[in-house]
Structure formats: structure tokens, C-alpha cells
Design a protein around this ligand. Structure first.
Ligand code: IMP
Length: 198
């Protein structure tokens, strides 16, 4: 069985990845379990793809196993794609999810419903054992609400209304979000890549 090292020690990401790759001959190992818990990468790329590749390649310098890293952002059309690659720190270094959501609402104050379209995007970078790099991308279309709605999820979930549903990610159960989310769409493509390759 091949080992795949995830450039994250977030248990939620490991669980999600294990579930989507179920049945394939791959063991998923966290960054920490692989002994790279101390590896810090500055996410200073201009794009999600650059950041995902940077994280994966930094780990590939220390291991010859299959490496995987992801980066996600929320792109709001009325804000020319902001917060985009800066989604985690939109309201400043060390800010909370609530700070980011507050900043997003104030940046969109006065913008009517038709102008509040947005999408989430996730890029996953894979470095194979021979050093070659491949990426897959997943998107989820939607819009930004006028106030926080729902209690589930994390990040911008209470503000992001999923296209065609009239509900925010935070109003969905995990199983429902995991059918339609940007990350789920990227992970489905990743499974196809692994099925072809292994
Ligand atoms: P990361 O690349 O997965 O760390 O995501 C960067 C930032 O995007 C996070 O800190 C969150 O603010 C936001 N984000 C990522 N995925 C989601 C999601 O599924 N829902 C809401 N916000 C998200």
C-alpha cells in the first residue's frame, strides 16, 4: 500500500480525504505523523495554485512519498475577487472567523442582492514520487448574504448562500455541504486522478 502524506495535521481534512479515497490502495498520513510537524510554509503566493504547490513542494524536498497540499479561498465578484488568497487573514493577521465575516459584510454594505455573487475555490496540489506536480480544482458558486445565518461549519459558512438552495453552508448538515462544496468537488477530481494513476 502506498503512503500519501497530507501537508496538514487538521483531523477534519484527514477524515474527509480518507473517506473520499476509500477503497484505493493508499494510506493517508498527516504531516505530523510523517515527522514533519515542524515544517512551516509561508503562504505568500498570488494564487491558490501557487500556495498549494509551494506547500506540497516544501514537503517533497523532505520525502519521496506522494504529497498532497490544498489551498482554499472565497472570491467575491463585487470586491474584484477579494478576499481570495487572503481569505484566512482578510481582517488582519491572527483574526477570527467572526472578524472576517464582519469585514466582509461591511465591505459589501449597500451592494444589492444581484451584485453579491461569489464562489469558493479549492486547489489541491499533488507531488508524485517522481517529483512531477499535478493540480486539481473544485468550485462552488453562490452569493454573500446580508447577515450571518446558521450554526454549522466554519469560516465564511454563515454568509455563503449556495447557488440554487437559498441556504448558507452553515444551514446545511455536514453531509449536505460535503456533496456540493468546493472541497468535495476538488476531492472527487482527485479520486479520479488516483484511480487512473494507481
Ligand atoms: P484553507 O486554505 O483551507 O486553510 O482555507 C483558507 C480560509 O478560507 C479559511 O481560513 C476560511 O476562512 C476559508 N474557508 C476555507 N474553506 C471554507 C469553507 O468550506 N467554508 C467557509 N470558509 C472556508
Amino acid at each position: 500500500m502506498k503512503r500519501l502524506i497530507l501537508s496538514s495535521s487538521n483531523p477534519h481534512k484527514i477524515e474527509e480525504l480518507s473517506s473520499i479515497l476509500k477503497g484505493l490502495p493508499i494510506a493517508i498520513i498527516s504531516k505530523k505523523e510523517a515527522g514533519f510537524g515542524d515544517l512551516e510554509v509561508v503562504e505568500d503566493g498570488d494564487t491558490l495554485e501557487a500556495n498549494a504547490k509551494k506547500k506540497a513542494l516544501a514537503m517533497a524536498e523532505r520525502s519521496k512519498e506522494i504529497i498532497l497540499a490544498d489551498d482554499t479561498g472565497l472570491f467575491v465578484d463585487a470586491l474584484d475577487g477579494a478576499p481570495g488568497v487572503y481569505s484566512a487573514r482578510f481582517a488582519g493577521e491572527g483574526c477570527s472567523y467572526a472578524d472576517n465575516n464582519k469585514k466582509l459584510l461591511s465591505a459589501l454594505s449597500g451592494v444589492p442582492e444581484v451584485g453579491r455573487t461569489a464562489h469558493f475555490e479549492t486547489v489541491i496540489a499533488i507531488v508524485w514520487e517522481d517529483g512531477s506536480v499535478q493540480t486539481v480544482t473544485g468550485r462552488c458558486e453562490g452569493s454573500i448574504g446580508f447577515e450571518a445565518q446558521g450554526e454549522n461549519g466554519f469560516g465564511y459558512d454563515p454568509l455563503f448562500i449556495v447557488e440554487g438552495t437559498g441556504r448558507t453552508f452553515a444551514q446545511m448538515k455536514d453531509e449536505e455541504k460535503n456533496q456540493v462544496s468546493h472541497r468535495a468537488n476538488a476531492l472527487r477530481k482527485l479520486r479520479e486522478v488516483f484511480e487512473e494513476r494507481l
